[in-house]
Design a protein around this ligand. Structure first.
Ligand code: ZN
Length: 397
């Protein structure tokens, strides 16, 4: 089995050592990458997301021309709070051909390989550029990358392909679901529980809304997946948290619940919130009859667009050639890919490690996966060093 390079290991160990849980600043990690790139003579640009705390980094290797490839990775990781780890999550630990550490799979492994490849990219005589795009605040709704993409659209000669290195076990994924999250707050009227008629019970109203979400979830499941590619094969709807009430003998004044829908790409993402709004509108008159202060409000908290497959896109053709495979997959988790696609960039997801290990205690990446990613990038260097004689189709605009 192939082994990854020492440089990849060393870089991954460095990246893992920065606790870049999304709630923390990522500036130390970004400074480390800037310094590494500068030592190789590669300039990089920070695109701030939150001044003084969170930033993205963009670097170009090779000529400043169009037709390049973007290697995109996020620098933040999910929390380790409450997780039972065998070894320190922020110290890379190698056991039985696996490298353990928070972010090893999702997705500092990909970032480490991209950085380890910089000397080879520089030596390859690139005719088309390789762009490194490292983002922040991905795990909390793909937030940080948005100003980065705006910056790229305004300043970067148009790349032909974007590769998002989320863990796919190096399979080429050309579609993922859209993820929209919502918060619904029910405001009731507090009363002594012996006088329920003088109050509005926020929890019981919320129960009616939850029943509607259940109906919707069942309906979506029934409707299925016309593409036949997703697991589960339907738009899923789910409630994740709920809180409300103060005591058994008080009619509760508030109930707040957080919920999400994961939509099959290219389906109507407004139907689900519209149905909940319609049910709320049915419930509100009875609440207003007790007090005009009662009511229901839903707001969308996160919106990550889906990645819709575009067969034969430049990104797909390139990634299939680099992985030496001929089939693409679809996944149910969201990535920054949908946002890049929305901006007009042909995009696929392909990276080392398995999503099964992501977000869990004892997260790891197999060294063979990192080796496969290195081979992928070596082929990318060769491809970008070759002048295209003709593109299968022009880059989307
Ligand atoms: Zn990720």
């Amino acid at each position: 089995m192939a082994d990854c390079s020492m440089l990849t290991r060393e870089l991954l160990a460095q990246l893992v050592s920065f606790d870049t849980t999304s709630r923390n600043p990522n500036l130390d990690l970004i400074a480390f990458i800037e310094d590494y790139l500068a030592r190789h003579g590669v300039a990089s640009t920070r695109i701030d997301y939150e001044a003084g705390a969170k930033t993205n980094l963009l670097a170009t290797i090779g000529p400043a021309v169009s037709g390049g490839t973007v290697l995109s990775g996020h620098t933040d990781v999910v929390p380790v709070d409450g997780q039972d780890w065998t070894s320190d999550p922020f110290v890379l630990d190698e056991r039985d051909g696996r490298l353990y550490g928070r972010g090893s799979a999702d997705m500092k492994g990909f970032v480490a390989v991209a950085l380890a490849m910089v000397p080879q990219f520089l030596a390859a005589g690139l005719k088309r550029p390789v762009h490194l795009a490292f983002s922040c605040d991905e795990e909390v709704g793909c937030l940080g990358v948005r100003p980065l993409i705006r910056h790229m659209a305004a300043h970067l000669p148009r790349p032909a392909a974007v590769i998002i290195g989320e863990p796919t076990s190096m399979r080429v994924v050309n579609a993922h679901k859209a993820v929209h999250t919502y918060e619904t707050g029910v405001t009731g009227i507090e009363a002594h529980s012996s006088s329920t008629h003088k109050g509005v019970n926020a929890i019981m109203v919320a129960g009616e809304l939850l029943a509607e979400i259940n109906r919707l979830a069942a309906e979506m499941r029934e409707r299925g997946d016309p593409t036949g590619r997703f697991d589960p094969p339907f738009t899923s709807v789910h409630v994740g948290t709920i809180s409300g009430g103060t005591a058994e003998n008080i009619v509760p004044r508030t109930c707040i619940f957080n919920w999400e829908a994961r939509f099959i790409p290219d389906t109507d993402t407004e139907e689900v919130p519209a149905r909940i709004a319609a049910r709320a509108a049915e419930l509100e008159p009875a609440m207003y009859a007790v007090s005009p202060d009662a009511g229901i409000a839903t707001r969308r908290t996160v919106e990550v667009p889906g990645l819709a497959s575009s067969e034969g896109s430049e990104a797909e053709t390139l990634a299939l050639a680099l992985t030496r495979s001929n089939g693409t997959g679809a996944v149910s988790y969201g990535t920054e890919g949908g946002l890049f696609q929305q901006a007009g960039y042909p995009t696929v997801v392909c990276g080392p490690g398995s999503i099964d290990q992501a977000h869990k205690p004892d997260e790891y990446v197999d060294v063979t996966q990192l080796a496969a990613c290195e081979a992928f990038m070596q082929r990318l260097a060769r491809a970008m060093a070759t002048i295209r004689t003709g593109s299968p189709r022009p880059a989307a605009s």
